[in-house]
Design a protein around this ligand. Structure first.
Ligand SMILES: NC(=O)c1ccc[n+]([C@@H]2O[C@H](COP(=O)([O-])OP(=O)(O)OC[C@H]3O[C@@H](n4cnc5c(N)ncnc54)[C@H](O)[C@@H]3O)[C@@H](O)[C@H]2O)c1
Length: 343
């Protein structure tokens, strides 16, 4: 079987060594050929895990430029901190490698456009870590909507509760490095809401504050931990996302889509069973479990080998940033923000 030889940047972080597992585990056409992390202890931890779990013998690097320049790779998985996505992704693309870049794609539209331009000028595949897009549930909801099951969509909302970011690494605490909580976490929710609404966001109104997020050193962090974010879409749909990252609850989220002929809602409270309720009184409780295209990592290697676009295109990744970027400005400056201001 032909395999994609992959180098991982940021290999020793939480994303790449999560819950005792490794990314690309179970992807038969992936070969993790190199690992890079600029913290030696993290690099050796990653090496131990990847060698044991995937049975590979990756080359090890503390400098990603050296890894990219060495040759022998087909692709790079960029899993460094958000503020380094652009420079890591562009360096790999300009070296002729395909790139799977973690979310959030970038910290500004300008940075995202630089990555897209690098992929285009080098004719390389650009995949994005928008994992919710790979859950069949969210795509099936889009199909129900497109089939007219709830009529014309009028409103769409999500409420997300997370534990605090206390255990998270320092860079997340600094909005200049992470993009802020809404960019870091809620780009996922806008990615799937955009599928259902099928339109571009326009105007964003947000209010948020900081209740729990103080650094261990006694300084207040810039991470908003509770907020309401409301937005208009070009087709008239109204969107709303509420976040609460300041109670000590488990991760919990709810979504709702309201149309002229019915509504769809679901919640982690009951395992995200999709409840379809029509104005006629007809109801259905639908369970969708599977992932689509084998999940992000399988889709990326298949896209590289088969030469087609990944399920989440660069433009979808870019669009998932629009409301989060505008919301961060809206909360900071206490005003409505047109997404056109981001260009
Ligand atoms: N798709 C998802 O659902 C999902 C889930 C978790 C994290 N993420 C994303 O993955 C990325 C990494 O998150 P994380 O939680 O693993 O963060 P992390 O801080 O735990 O890991 C980042 C790693 O990058 C390394 N690093 C930093 N600078 C480097 C450099 N110049 N060269 C090489 N390595 C360098 C760090 O030492 C660290 O090991 C973030 O963009 C995050 O938003 C995505």
């Amino acid at each position: 079987m032909k395999k994609v030889r992959i180098g991982i940047i940021g290999a020793g972080g939480q994303r790449c060594c999560f819950h005792g597992g490794c990314v690309f585990d179970g992807v038969p056409n992936a070969e993790v050929a190199a690992l890079c992390d600029n913290v030696p202890e993290k690099l050796s931890h990653a090496n131990e895990m990847y060698s044991k779990i995937l049975g590979c013998k990756p080359a090890l690097y503390e400098d990603y430029h050296e890894m990219i320049g060495k040759g022998g790779l087909d692709a790079v998985y960029v899993a460094g901190p958000n503020y380094l996505h652009r420079e890591m992704a562009v360096a790999a693309l300009d070296a002729g490698l395909h790139v799977l870049c973690e979310k959030p794609f970038a910290l500004s539209l300008k940075e995202a456009d630089e990555i897209i331009a690098a992929a285009e000028r080098n004719g390389r595949i650009l995949g994005l870590g928008m994992q919710m897009h790979y859950r069949e549930r969210y795509l099936k909801i889009g199909e129900l909507i497109a089939a007219g099951e709830i009529g014309r969509v009028t409103q769409c909302w999500c409420m997300e509760h997370r534990p605090t970011f206390i255990a998270m690494k320092d860079w997340v605490w600094d909005p200049a490095l992470s993009g802020g909580a809404v960019v870091e976490k809620n780009c996922h929710h806008y990615d799937v809401m955009d599928i259902w609404v099928d339109s571009d966001p326009t105007l964003v109104y947000a209010t948020g504050g900081i209740l729990r997020h103080f650094t261990p050193h006694g300084f207040r962090s810039g991470i908003i931990d509770h907020a309401w974010i409301v937005n208009d879409y070009a087709n008239g749909v109204k969107g709303m996302v509420g976040i609460n990252f300041c109670e000590d609850s488990r991760h919990h989220r709810e979504f709702g889509i309201i149309g002229t002929k019915g509504r769809i809602d679901f919640s982690t409270a009951d395992g995200e069973i999709v409840h379809l309720r029509k104005n006629t009184g007809e109801t259905a409780d639908l369970v969708f479990d599977a992932t689509v295209r084998g999940d992000i990592f399988q889709d990326f290697t298949d896209s590289v080998l088969e030469g087609h676009a990944p399920l989440v295109t660069a433009q979808m990744g870019r669009r998932s940033l629009l409301v989060p970027l505008a919301a961060e400005i809206s909360m900071r400056e206490k005003r409505a923000v047109h997404v056109s201001e981001l260009e």
